[in-house]
Design a protein around this ligand. Sequence first.
Ligand SMILES: C[S@@+](CC[C@H](N)C(=O)[O-])C[C@H]1O[C@@H](n2cnc3c(N)ncnc32)[C@H](O)[C@@H]1O
Ligand SMILES: [Zn+2]
Length: 393
Amino acid sequence: MHALKSPDLHYREGAACLQTGDGFFRRDSRPSRDLSVLLAALQVSQAQRPLRWLDLMAGCGIRGLRWGLEARQIAQREVELWVNDADPDRACLLAANLQSLCSAPALTLRTSHLAAERLLRQAYLDQTFFDLIDLDAFGCPNALLQSALAVLRFGGVLILASTDGRSPTGHDRPAAIRRFGAAARAHPASWELALRLQLAAIAREAWLLGRGIEPVACFSDGRTFRLAVRLRKRAAAREEAQLGLLARCERCGDQAVQSLLKLSGWRPCACEDGLGRWAVTGPLWTGPLQSPELLQALLRLDPLLAGSLSPAGRRLLQRLQKDAGQPVCCWSTAELAKRLGIGGPPALQALVEALRIQGYQAQVSGVMAGQLRTDAPMAVLLQQCVDLVAEGR
Ligand SMILES: C[S@@+](CC[C@H](N)C(=O)[O-])C[C@H]1O[C@@H](n2cnc3c(N)ncnc32)[C@H](O)[C@@H]1O
Ligand SMILES: [Zn+2]
């Protein structure tokens, strides 16, 4: 799969100037690379000891190169940078692109062409641990989760990508069971549910190792699902309560959520004739999707890293920073308006404010455009839409 056919001889991004080659490369993934640079820079700004970073599926090496050139501007810190791609045909390109790092002070570069699973397992045998692992995979990365988490330091960050959109969005239900051990059903907030299924998969693997997780940032463009998760030495109190099920009735649009810890029967949905049926997705992660504090800390680093954060990257971080991802139930205002038979949807922000005035939690979704999240019952939401549209808002 080659996103860019003709080699781009001198592609510039942040402080990097490199050849992208004729392998896989996407310019429009830049915001995710910007995020990885800021996460690395935050580690440089906070660490009291040498750091070790792993770009596990490096492609042309752009992430590792940017970490080496940009994140280390923050402070003098010893860094061991591992850059790996299984494809041996990438060796010359990687060597050429990373050349400028070979003489960089306080940086040790290690380039390899190993299958990810082999590198991770060897690192475990050697007891080599990383502060940052970027796993930018094709398809579903879940087979690598256990071995990646096993070599991540406590407090370290796993940056994960999945291009498996079909199974966690309910379009390939048997594959969702195989890959996530979960039911996945179609839902207007399908990208968010896919991210929550992915977080649940990460949490289960971390828990098996006796660890806990803290989501840092989760987002998607509908094609790639991207997550950054911090590994905790131990699970937080009642972290297991964050695993739950989300139900939605396709007929009336109602939603309900339950924690697996307190799982009991489902209440009836809003169908007046009682004939509605819940379609249940999960187990999925029902806790926060983002760490607003950590994202704020990343945004504060931006002026110190001239040129690392692109306008699109900044917009993404600002959007995510405002939405921690709670409560879980997301609603599309276009869908609500359609169900009500009112022309257009009310303004998203006006709806959020009206629900807050009534004492409900409400927030514009940072994950999908045109959606809000709230704990208000559907009847309240619908009435509020009617009132706002009547007021012309
Ligand atoms: C999505 S691309 C990486 C893009 C790159 N991180 C970027 O930001 O431009 C995935 C890369 O993973 C490599 N790859 C695929 N399977 C792998 C495996 N099992 N182990 C290591 N590398 C692998 C491919 O050769 C490909 O270059
Ligand atoms: Zn119903």
